[in-house]
Design a protein around this ligand. Structure first.
Ligand code: C2E
Ligand code: MG
Ligand code: MG
Length: 417
């Protein structure tokens, strides 16, 4: 192994970093690169940019061994994609298994299409791609990429998350104690800028763990056949809030998520109708968002339920359109009124060519079917403008607001107007 440990502080380095304040100031960096000349160049560059420690490896395998031995996470890992023995992609996969949340820089020129998938692969492995730097590497580009580094990978939301494991009994006890409630995320009509509704997203107000995300319990409830318990609560509370807003003079609708699993029992439509009407809300003021997360059985029952709900006046939305089982085929079987494009194709679509293509063709599909288009996950002003220009009807996303407590919603609407 030709790796050696180097430090900018014990050598003769006298770059801007020594003077204090280079973009790599104080960072631990690993460089995996098979060509020795390129590698030395990168090391010297990083040292001059202020890195505290730079470790070199001649390929993925060596790099992995070092990071295992060191037992200390690197701030940044710089790797080539094309290396003998273990290539950059295998290296990224294995590295992510020993160090979660690594920040990566890739030293290969990749075209846009490839770059998007490498970025997606990194994200799926829990790593963050800061960018690519074509060879020969320039110090400016390196400095730019280093400045994108953030020590703590930001959570999507300020809430307790997924890997928290709960047992079914714990979740059911929380439901029995009424610890679950809808948070509301505003939905904006892009053409007018008006707030037209809200999506109700469940949160668990856990007595010890704080606000818990649906990713920690929805799947469990689905697989244990107990999703109905949660759904009745969400339908009733969301309907009650929507009725209250409407009585207060706000012309708003509410969207509620319905698991396709629930609809495999043909009596469910009647139960849903009852929950909503019991709160005094008319079904046409509510949209039911349905997403097929697993291969569906009981297709007949699901369609029967959705037909009955539509006939009663509910809006029906294909949630997460473009992913998994939410595909064009669904649109042919059920009278959907809304096509809701998954946030995978919305967030940062302005700078991701492949996402933008799918986004635009989904909008085109909605137009042709003459149904409403909606987008979730618009995070930046650029995403928002893109949606407006592309003719999307409705959007929601962090750019405008994160899901909030339902009580706070009317005031938020007043502030928005
Ligand atoms: P979904 O129905 O696709 O909801 C959209 C998710 O995107 C929400 O996550 C929302 O908070 C998030 N989101 C909205 N805008 C942005 C953005 O700009 N950036 C990012 N990064 N995320 C954004 P949330 O609230 O964590 O819900 C996750 C999923 O849990 C939902 O996805 C839905 O499938 C499920 N879920 C939530 N509430 C319920 C419920 O009452 N019943 C059922 N069955 N499932 C629910
Ligand atoms: Mg939804
Ligand atoms: Mg969705």
């Amino acid at each position: 192994m030709s790796d050696r440990k180097r430090s900018a502080h014990d050598g003769v380095a006298d770059g801007p970093g020594e003077a204090g304040g280079g973009p790599a100031e104080g960072m631990m960096v690993l460089v995996a690169e098979d060509q020795e000349v390129t590698r030395s160049l990168l090391v010297a560059m990083l040292e001059s940019l202020g890195a505290k420690g730079v470790i070199e490896a001649e390929d993925g395998r060596a790099a992995l061994e070092i990071s295992r031995e060191l037992g200390q996470p690197f701030d940044i890992v710089i790797t080539d994609i094309d290396m003998p023995d273990m290539d950059g992609m295998a290296f990224i996969r294995k590295l992510s298994a020993v160090q979660s949340g690594a920040s990566l820089i890739i030293t290969s020129a990749l075209d846009r299409g490839l770059l998007d998938s490498v970025e997606a692969m990194c994200a799926a492995y829990g790593a963050r791609l800061l960018g690519t730097i074509p060879k020969p590497a320039s110090a400016e580009r390196m400095a730019e990429l280093l400045s994108r580094f953030r020590p703590q990978p930001q959570m999507a939301d300020n809430i307790a998350v997924p890997h928290m494991a709960f047992t079914l009994d714990e979740v059911l006890a929380g439901l029995a104690h009424e610890e679950f409630e809808p948070y509301m995320q505003p939905q904006i009509e892009l053409a007018s800028g008006r707030v037209v509704g809200a999506e109700a997203l469940v949160r668990w107000r856990h007595p010890e763990k704080g606000i818990v995300s649906p990713y920690a319990f929805v799947e469990l409830l689905e697989s244990e056949g107990r999703i109905a318990d949660l759904t009745w609560l969400m339908l009733a509370k969301s309907a009650a809030y929507c009725k209250l807003w409407r009585e207060g003079g706000l012309d708003l609708r509410v969207s509620v998520n319905i698991s396709a699993k629930l609809l495999s029992d043909a009596t469910m439509a009647d139960a849903i109708i009852w929950q909503v009407q019991n709160q005094g809300l008319q079904p046409h003021h509510m949209t039911l968002e349905v997403s097929e997360s697993a291969a569906m059985s009981h297709v007949g029952e699901v369609i029967e339920n959705l037909l009955r709900l539509r006939m009663k006046g509910f809006g029906l939305s294909v949630d997460d359109y473009g992913t998994g089982y939410s595909t064009a085929q669904q649109l042919t079987r059920v009278p959907f009124t809304e096509l809701k494009i998954d946030r995978a194709f919305v967030s940062h679509a302005s700078r991701k060519e492949s996402s933008r293509q799918i986004l635009e063709s989904s909008l085109e599909m909605a137009r042709r079917l003459n149904i409403r288009s909606a987008a979730e996950g618009a995070e930046t002003p650029e995403d928002w403008n893109l949606l407006r220009q592309a003719g999307c009807d409705i959007a929601q996303g962090y750019h405008v607001a994160k899901p909030m407590e339902a009580q706070a919603f009317p005031e938020w609407v007043a502030g928005w107007a």
